[in-house]
Design a protein around this ligand. Structure first.
Ligand SMILES: Cc1ncc(COP(=O)(O)O)c(C=O)c1O
Length: 440
């Protein structure tokens, strides 16, 4: 039987939803995974990541490219898988640059963006021959120019524009004249563009602006791209150098709650197609390329954090379950103050649904995953999954706090689970410390 004749496997091919289906994680029994890898652990479904890459790329018009924002999940095996699935990479540091080079990315498909890039980081990026370096200020542009000159290179640059940081605005706004942490205001852009256009060591490739995080509204995303391309057209006219790329950053959103709708990819496709058609009529924009740098959209739903219940207390009608891992490994829910969906992975009988508080083992009141969330009544020994943790999960946490073991990280591909990063052993952390023993 071919795949298309089998409705179940055809559905699996297009399924962009979470890693948890029918009580199994990426098709595997959670308890077996826990027995092999121990708890707590992170699990990433590489096949689901592949499907999400394919779904996004398939709706993009010609001239649109995708680069994975490595900061969302810098696990080498995840990044390497993304590289093999054909996307580029957005890196924010020399460490992330080294990671993507180790993962086998073509430097030409790598862009570096981020505030506070040190000279040694800019030099490493120039030496590696990466496709674009985004500069955030005129000062950084001048530093990059001398670094490129010293290296005898001509480096492609993007000028980063500041945007309003209010993610709830109807349309993301480029900032006129205020200097902030990210990028430069529109008032500085002409000067920066003129410097880059004049320099023999810089190739003024285009503009960059990150709109807003976790947008599930296709219209808002497209309005941001359109706005940026309009500015690129104006800069082209002003400095007489044709800009060829706008990097619209990431921000493609995912649902974190049951009542949230996913980003409508069909609508996004339609809106981007009409945008592309409009540019084709503008001489300066005919060969304009657009780079999207999603992190969360590609990997968020494909990762889960799993911990074991070590204690249950309180009344049966409203129990409190304490897990063997918490915000030391999965800080995002507390950091962003947004609860993630939880699942009690109980292999046995049907359980009553009750309001449950789920907390980690840390001695801080913020180490709580859910307060009074309706879940099957947990028991000691159960596994609990924190869903949608594939992006800004372990990487955004604080594993040293309270010296608990760190979680193992595991990837699943084609139904096979493999360890991709061993558990962090508190002994190793201890080994790396020095007591100078001042008295002796
Ligand atoms: C420059 C840049 N690009 C891309 C991203 C990825 O954003 P997201 O994961 O929301 O798509 C970020 C996130 O902070 C970013 O700063």
């Amino acid at each position: 039987m071919t795949q298309t004749e089998d409705p179940a496997s055809a559905a699996a091919e297009t399924d962009l939803d979470g890693i948890l289906q029918g009580g199994r994680l990426a098709g595997l029994a959670p308890e077996s995974l826990a027995q092999v890898f121990g708890t707590p652990f992170y699990l990433y479904d590489l096949d689901l990541i592949g499907r999400r890459v394919k779904a996004l790329r398939s709706i993009l018009p010609p001239g649109f490219r995708v680069a994975f924002a490595v900061k969302a999940n810098p696990a080498l095996a995840v990044v390497a898988h993304l590289g093999r699935s054909g996307v580029g990479a957005d890196v924010a540091s020399a460490g992330e640059l080294a990671l993507v080079l180790r993962a086998g990315f073509d430097p030409a498909n790598v862009a570096m963006t981020g505030p506070g890039k040190r000279d040694d980081e800019l030099a490493a990026a120039v030496a590696a021959g990466i496709g674009a370096i985004t500069v955030e200020s005129i000062g950084e542009l001048r530093r990059l120019e001398s670094i490129a000159a010293r290296a005898g290179r001509r480096q492609a640059v993007l000028l980063r524009l500041a945007v309003s940081e209010d993610a709830r605005l109807e349309t993301v706004r480029l900032i006129g004249g205020v200097e902030g942490k990210f990028g430069m205001p529109l008032s500085t852009l002409s000067e920066a563009a003129a410097i880059a256009a004049r320099s023999p060591n810089l190739d003024l490739l285009g503009l960059h602006a990150f709109g807003a995080s976790n947008l599930r509204d296709a219209d808002q995303l497209v309005a941001h791209v359109a706005q940026l391309v309009d500015v690129a057209r104006d800069v082209t006219r002003e400095v007489g150098v044709r800009l060829r790329l706008v990097d619209a950053g990431g921000g493609l959103g995912i649902p974190y709650a049951d009542d949230e709708e996913p980003l409508d990819l069909t609508l996004l496709q339609r809106r981007l197609q009409s945008l592309r058609a409009r540019w084709d009529e503008v001489p300066e924009l005919g060969d304009m390329q657009v780079l999207l740098e999603p992190g969360r959209f590609l990997v968020g739903p494909a990762g889960v954090y799993v911990a074991r219940v070590v204690d249950v207390k309180g009344p049966d009608s409203a129990p409190v379950a304490i897990l063997d891992g918490g915000i030391n490994h999965a800080l995002r829910p507390a950091l962003i103050r947004s609860e993630h969906r939880l699942a009690v992975l109980a292999a046995d009988s049907i359980r009553a649904l009750v309001p449950v508080t789920v907390a980690g083992p840390l001695c801080t009141g913020i180490d709580v995953f859910a307060t009074g969330t309706c879940l099957p009544r947990p028991r000691v020994g159960d596994l609990v999954a924190v869903l949608d943790m594939g992006a800004y999960g372990f990487t955004e946490s604080m594993p040293w706090f309270l010296s608990h073991p760190g979680p193992a990280e595991v990837a699943v591909k084609g139904g096979v689970a493999r360890l991709i990063r061993p558990r962090l052993d508190p002994e190793d952390v201890l080994e790396r410390q020095i007591d100078p023993n001042w008295e002796s």
